[in-house]
Design a protein around this ligand. Structure first.
Ligand code: AMP
Length: 279
């Protein structure tokens, strides 16, 4: 595995790979890697001859300074895990490499209304930061395929819109959500949960499963109300949103054919998101 810390190193390594017509599969991450990230590397490996993984904690997508400061960093373990997963190139740039002229953000609202609801509404500016960093990383890596997790479902839609809007020759691939044995979606932020919060957090997937398993049996509004009541019994959990929407537009619809149930909660001081596709 080749480690690149600068754009100039990355460009040299990738131009050599591209000269040999290698297919570049790209997995952007913020590090503190877990099995969810590694499943994307594994999927990338199947369709690309060169897998590039970036580790960059992007400051412009954090709407709270404390979240940025406390974001877990486990770089030595990350490198070991990536090497074991047969990642070919890991790119770990500094903030100055990615933002040489300062932390200006692009305006993600050009990608449409899906950037202003749910995560867009609860984390103002978050998608502007995501849009900015991905535009920069896609420009530097010039991947053939990119891999993102369904865990960040709204981000997946944004990436698809970005590719379409900028007319990039990139194939988008979405990986399934990897969960702990008790159903909690893996997340770098889970290590911040204390044992009581970790226990309460298992109720998130239970609430989503209740909705999914009864999707055609009761009205969506009824299922959402029951799931919310169930979650609200947990004192450590504060719901930000829990809703079932059209999976392409993220709009509430009367009769959802292709749906997704999205949730965000604060569990103690840790914000967690999850979702399930509705059959
Ligand atoms: P992050 O490091 O949180 O920015 O995540 C990097 C990529 O890993 C994103 O595409 C995430 O959606 C994906 N990811 C995060 N958690 C999981 C998970 N539990 N299962 C699958 N993919 C995930």
């Amino acid at each position: 595995m080749i480690l690149c810390k600068t754009i100039s190193d990355l460009t040299k390594v990738l131009s050599a790979k591209k000269a040999f017509n290698q297919t570049i599969g790209f997995v952007p991450t913020m590090g503190a890697l877990h099995a969810g990230h590694l499943s994307l590397v594994k999927q990338a490996k199947q369709k690309s001859t060169c897998v590039v993984c970036s580790i960059f904690v992007n400051p412009t997508q954090f709407n709270q300074q404390s979240d940025l400061v406390n974001y877990p960093k486990t770089i030595d373990i990350d490198l070991k895990l990536l090497a074991e997963s047969e990642c070919d190139v890991v790119f770990i740039p500094s903030t100055d490499e990615i933002y040489p002229t300062g932390l200006q953000k692009m305006d993600a609202s050009v990608l449409g209304s899906l950037t202003t609801v749910f995560e867009g509404a609860f984390r103002p500016g978050h998608f502007d930061g995501v849009y900015t960093v991905l535009t920069r990383l896609f420009d530097l890596v010039e991947p053939n395929l990119v891999y993102f997790g369904q865990k960040d479902f709204q981000q997946c839609l944004l990436v698809q819109k970005l590719i379409e809007f900028q007319q990039l020759p990139i194939t988008f691939c979405m990986g399934d959500i990897v969960r702990e044995k008790d159903g909690l979606a893996m997340s770098s932020r889970n290590i911040r949960l204390n044992s009581a919060e970790r226990k309460a957090a298992t109720e998130i997937y239970k609430a989503l499963s209740l909705i999914k398993d009864n999707w055609h049996k009761s009205a969506a509004s009824e299922l959402i109300a029951i799931a919310k009541n169930q979650l609200e019994l947990q004192q450590l959990i504060q719901i930000e949103y829990l809703n079932c929407v059209d999976a392409n537009t993220l709009q509430v619809a009367e009769d959802i054919k292709n749906g997704v149930c999205l949730i965000a909660v604060n569990c103690g001081n840790t914000r967690l998101i999850d979702n399930v596709l509705l059959p």
